[in-house]
Write a protein that binds this ligand. Structure first.
Ligand SMILES: [Zn+2]
Length: 574
């Protein structure tokens, strides 16, 4: 394996660290070991290290673990200045590493008005009015995820509902499925939408009986709005990222791998890292269309950076989604003959994507490609095979994001090419409600095929796709272990043969994700020398009934030896 500059830096840092320990112990002759900064005792530790799976206590010096063992082993690391946390017998596990998030979108969603569980237009109005109070004059109000099917009567909202409360804030509220939005009059004016504006191809401007736009815009008609909504300002970006960091801390998510990072996002991460305010470790993958050449130009390879912020990966798209019938399949949708979905824009022509992948791989940049339908996955495996043929064997850890619907013939190839399946178990219990009529029983049996992947020797990396799904890892573990769909119709599991054990699901969410970002030597399990990223949970997920895993809470989250969330103090601690 070629070592990136980041790797070199790590070696130097760890040499300095050992030198520091040696100096420390030499200067205090009476003491066999330097005192730890933090010890955690009386825990039930699941280390994630198969050679030493359990322990009672850990010692932390600086940002790293120096010992993992029994309470008495760790006693030797206690000094007068050592902070001691008594875990009270609770379960302690390695910090969760979410292999696929949209962190900034997630932060925006946290800050935005929450309309999804509103049960009437009046309730929507009341909540938007609250949001207006928190929003500076002139600033846009967006998001919301309203769902009129939950209202009685279920009728589409109109701009009249929100106009009187949003005179000074252009407003565009999205429907939960992302296929419709509600604009107020100020937003329509800014977008230049008048009664005579024609529908764009692939979109619809909804009109009332008098022919006036109601404010509801469908699909491509929303583009006019996206053109006038300004990008986040620097201050807004810092604000939403801080909200996302606090949220991640409260859920035990100590690392995230961000797909489709923008350069301004990375700029803010770097700024926060420099100030010591990045409390979740970030691996940022910009879009391949810019990211491959830009990073190659300056020689950034996979996983380049510090323990807190790394770059050197790119995200590509092969197709769309099952929900919107744009996932690309070999055969048509079972309930829509003639439609087998679509390859994404960047795949036309396919040579363009091949060139981009070759550019990235030649520069040792990691490839992460969104592929959902069986034909999309197969096409990406073809391209990955060509990359290997062209540049020879290497430790490149190419990934397929979602890997949702597998063709039977492709499991072996997936394994041979050592491609990582970066999957989001929560999507399985969500899509599982309606996927089968859409693609039929046979194809549905290879949907989120966790067990089949493991049987074929494919490495799994788990995550959530937040903000598309909740960031809470407990929901992901629950989903992988039960496969109980959200509608309650499959209590014993949707395609139960694909269920995982709690241990397998935990491995995919810790070591599996760490491996997927070239960091398995730094994190993903608890062992001396590794980063002290730890989570103490309210309950023992290995012994409680699987159905209760979704209710388990985080008691404390520790990143690099720092307590970043403490439920006893009900909030974030820095
Ligand atoms: Zn995603």
């Amino acid at each position: 394996m070629l070592k990136g500059a980041g790797g070199m830096l790590e070696v130097i840092i760890s040499l300095c660290w050992w030198a520091m320990i040696l100096l420390n112990s030499a200067s205090s002759a009476a003491q066999a070991k330097p005192a730890a900064d933090l010890v955690i005792v009386n825990a039930k530790v699941w280390t994630g290290d198969r050679a030493h799976p359990s322990a009672q206590a850990v010692a932390v010096l600086g940002e790293r673990l120096v010992a993992v063992g029994s309470n008495s082993d760790i006693q030797a690391w206690r000094g007068p200045g050592t902070r001691v946390i008594d875990a009270g017998g609770r379960l302690m596990v390695p910090g969760f590493d979410d292999a696929h998030v949209h962190f900034v979108n997630g932060g925006q969603q946290l800050e935005a008005v929450q309309l999804n569980n509103a049960t009437s237009a009046e309730e929507l109005k009341r909540r938007v009015a609250e949001q207006v109070k928190k929003t500076p004059r002139g600033e846009w109000i967006t998001g919301g995820d309203w769902d009129e099917t939950k209202w009685s009567p279920p009728s589409l909202p109109t701009k009249e509902v929100i106009d009187s409360i949003t005179p000074n804030n252009p407003t565009f509220l999205s429907r939960y499925d992302g296929h419709m939005g509600l604009a107020n009059s100020a937003a329509l004016r800014l977008a230049g939408i008048t009664p005579s504006t024609p529908d764009p191809p692939g979109g619809q401007i909804v009109h009332d009986e008098q022919g006036n736009p109601t404010g509801a815009l469908k699909d491509a008609a929303m583009d006019a709005m996206y053109k006038v909504i300004p990008p986040l300002s620097h201050e807004q970006r810092v604000r939403v990222i801080k909200a996302a960091l606090a949220h991640a801390g409260s859920l035990g998510v100590t690392s995230v791998q961000e797909m489709v990072s923008s350069y301004p996002d990375i700029g803010v991460y770097a700024e926060l890292a420099e100030r010591g305010e990045l409390t979740t470790r970030i691996y940022a993958a910009p879009l391949i269309s810019d990211g491959a050449e830009d990073q190659a130009k300056i020689g950034l390879r996979h996983a380049f950076g510090s323990t807190y912020l790394r770059v050197g990966a790119v995200k590509a798209f092969a197709d769309g989604s099952l929900g919107s019938r744009t996932a690309y399949f070999f055969e048509p949708f079972s309930d829509q003959p003639g439609n087998r979905g679509l390859l994404a824009e960047g795949m036309h022509p396919i040579e363009k994507m091949r060139d981009r992948m070759m550019t990235a791989d030649a520069a040792h940049i990691q490839l992460c490609t969104h592929a959902i339908g069986d034909a999309a996955i197969s096409t990406i495996l073809d391209l990955y095979e060509e990359v290997v043929k062209a540049h020879g064997e290497a430790d490149r850890r190419m990934r397929i994001e979602h890997a949702q619907h597998m063709g039977e013939k492709d499991f072996d190839r997936f394994a041979q090419l050592k491609v990582i399946a970066s999957m989001q178990p929560y999507h399985a219990i969500d899509d599982g409600r309606w996927a089968e009529p859409r693609i039929g029983h046979d194809r549905a049996s290879r949907t989120y095929a966790f067990r089949t992947f493991l049987k074929h020797g494919v490495r799994l990396a788990f995550g959530t796709d937040w903000d598309v799904a909740p960031l809470n890892p407990m929901l992901g573990i629950y989903a992988a272990v039960t496969r109980a769909t959200l509608d309650g119709k499959n209590p014993d599991g949707w395609f139960p043969e694909q269920k995982l054990t709690v241990t397998e699901a935990m491995e995919a969410y810790t070591m599996g994700s760490a491996y997927a970002e070239f960091q398995e030597k730094e994190k993903g399990s608890l062992a001396a020398g590794k980063l002290a990223d730890l989570v103490i949970l309210s309950d023992d997920i290995f012994s409680i009934e699987p159905v209760k895993i979704r209710d388990v809470k985080v008691w404390k989250t520790i990143v690099g030896g720092r307590v970043v969330f403490d439920r006893d103090q009900s909030g974030a601690v820095h």
